[in-house]
Design a protein around this ligand. Structure first.
Ligand SMILES: C[S@@+](CC[C@H](N)C(=O)[O-])C[C@H]1O[C@@H](n2cnc3c(N)ncnc32)[C@H](O)[C@@H]1O
Length: 536
């Protein structure tokens, strides 16, 4: 395929790489490699390997403990385990930046350019449900895939935003422990994986991408807490989008420094000499710093290629120089407290956002404090308050095993559990205000697919489990009605066994949820899988 590469690209790479150029070019003739990353929110890699028909044939990706190379033709996207969110299909070198971010449970993490969510789901797995993930992308259409991938992975503690970084900077000033800037770039490392990127290359000129990266990085810098870590990454080779960006940032912000990345696995150091050639004047110290960034080359590793730099903020001395707008950053006092949502009488709701989580339709109303304890003995809530209806649903349909922290947030009829301690999101375009648990109607509550995917089997009062080879799984995933024997329905907790068999049933494959069904007592399970989630 190297014959299709733009001449301007090959000419430049030849002058940069010198005698390495031929090896670089021959990598374009090598077969593509394919990667999946096991979702540790659901299971660990060893459990997946023993469960999956792919388990024996995969090979570990050296820099990603949950990542594996799989063979061409394995089609992991066409397996029930994909629909259970057990893994994410991800290019192997794209797994490196999050490994460098050193995310730990409890961190506040921003993924600033997040769609379609490969790295966000990787971060969420490292958080293990503790802490906050803010996933943002400025492209509205792309945030749909981002939200869906986060929901498919069963993430409970993420907020999805659709904003320019400049709108986030005043709200989240010095707020994040970890920030990933997986920047929009000219995509030179994508040419082999996706040939359409070759045509895109001319449009997404290096100069245009560099200007975008510069702006994004300045706003990202404003949001990093002192002592925090920022990883900057691209899937392109051009120095202007890599070392030059870092050199400019370091020159402008003396309180940022590079944390040198070791170079195992065939990873190579960043190239300060290329930043110099691109017109960036470097001190000896800056030059050494840039050597501590990392390049993943397709002729040195099994992967398409990436660049990454790990930065830390040593102090806050130069923050005043950043072009951030001083704005009211109102931290809701309520957010500081941990709450168990289920059965939480009096959960306090904040004002609904002006634009609503989907930019308008759900806008508006201020919901009053909810009295979660009040619902009729028959389990039918006599209320139209979304928070009350959610709490009544949780009381009725979720087992004793379900315990969740977070703030109940209602936007119109939609109910979310928002991670604690977030500043107010008022005025921001919010795609998901937290874990979207469902939608309230008149005297009823419809649980969301996101709720199903974020639960464990034992957290639902009723569940049904089919082995992944069972034809009922594909039937269910295609949206068909399933016929069940009542003794197939399991109760999540021994105290639930007294509850009626009729009601919501969490449908699982190999013990992992894939969606809701509704059992009405006649041997038939009504399929509640939303159209957009079905097997195609
Ligand atoms: C390389 S992709 C991100 C891939 C993603 N991190 C993943 O692993 O799935 C770059 C993303 O940056 C987004 N983007 C472009 N300009 C942006 C901006 N000014 N602010 C935030 N996101 C931006 C694009 O829409 C695109 O989704």
């Amino acid at each position: 395929m190297s014959g299709y590469l733009p001449i301007a690209f090959t000419t430049k790479m030849k002058s940069l790489l010198g005698e390495e150029f031929d090896r670089f070019m021959s990598s374009y003739e090598d077969p593509r490699v394919y990667g999946i990353r096991i979702n540790r929110l659901k299971l660990d890699a060893e459990d997946w390997r023993s469960l999956s028909p792919m388990g024996e044939s995969v090979r570990p990706i050296p820099w990603a403990p949950d990542g594996f190379y799989y063979e061409e033709g394995a089609r992991p996207g066409k397996h029930p385990h994909y629909h259970a969110g057990l893994y994410y299909i991800q290019e192997p070198s794209a797994m490196a930046p999050v490994e460098l971010l050193d995310v730990r449970p409890g961190h506040r993490v921003l993924d600033l350019c997040a769609a379609p969510g490969g790295k966000s789901t990787q971060i969420a797995a490292k958080l293990q449900g503790i802490g906050v993930l803010v996933s943002n992308d400025n492209a509205r259409e792309r945030t749909k895939a981002l939200a869906k991938n986060i929901e498919l992975a069963g993430v409970r503690n993420a907020v999805v935003l659709n904003e320019e970084p400049s709108a986030l900077a005043p709200v989240f000033r010095e707020w994040f422990d970890r920030i990933l800037v997986d920047a929009p770039c000219s995509g030179e490392g994508m040419f082999r994986k996706d040939e359409s990127m070759i045509a895109e290359w001319e449009k997404h000129s290096i100069e245009r991408c560099s200007a975008m990266q510069r702006h994004i990085l300045r706003d990202a810098a404003a949001m990093l807490a002192p002592g925090g870590i920022l990883v900057y990454s691209t899937c392109t080779f051009s120095p202007e989008e890599n070392e030059v960006q870092m050199a400019e940032l370091l020159a402008e912000y003396p309180d940022f420094k590079v944390l040198p990345v070791p170079h195992p696995y065939g990873w190579k150091p960043g190239r300060p000499d290329w930043a110099g050639e691109a017109g960036q004047e470097l001190s000896a110290e800056q030059s050494a710093s840039l050597g501590g960034t990392v390049r993943l080359w397709p002729h040195h590793i099994e992967g398409e290629g990436h660049y990454a730099a790990v930065l830390t903020r040593t102090g806050s001395a130069s923050v005043e120089e950043l072009t951030i707008i001083e704005a009211a950053v109102t931290t809701d006092e309520e957010n500081g407290r941990k709450k168990k949502v289920k059965g939480n009488a009096g959960a306090t709701l904040r004002a609904a956002e002006k634009r609503g989580p989907r930019g308008g339709k759900d806008s508006g109303k201020l919901n009053k404090a909810a009295d979660a304890g009040r619902h009729s003995g028959r389990g039918q809530a006599e209320t139209s308050d979304p928070a009350e209806l959610w709490n009544a649903f949780a009381e009725r349909e979720l087992s004793q095993a379900f315990a969740c922290t977070g703030q109940v947030q209602c936007f119109g009829s939609r109910v979310y559990l928002q991670p604690d301690s977030l500043p107010s999101l008022d005025g921001l375009r919010v795609v998901r205000a937290g874990w979207y648990v469902g939608e309230a109607g008149r005297n009823k509550f419809e649980p969301s697919q996101a709720l199903a995917m974020g639960l464990r089997q034992s957290e639902a009062v009723r569940s049904l489990n089919f082995g992944s080879e069972d034809p009922n799984v594909i039937r269910y995933l295609k949206g068909e009605t399933i016929f069940v024997h009542e003794d197939q329905i399991r109760f999540g907790h021994e105290e639930d066994a007294a509850k009626p068999l009729k009601g919501y049933v969490l449908v699982c494959t190999d013990g992992y949820p894939i969606g809701w069904g509704k059992y009405s007592g006649d041997g038939m399970l009504k399929n509640e899988l939303p159209a957009g989630w079905r097997w195609m």
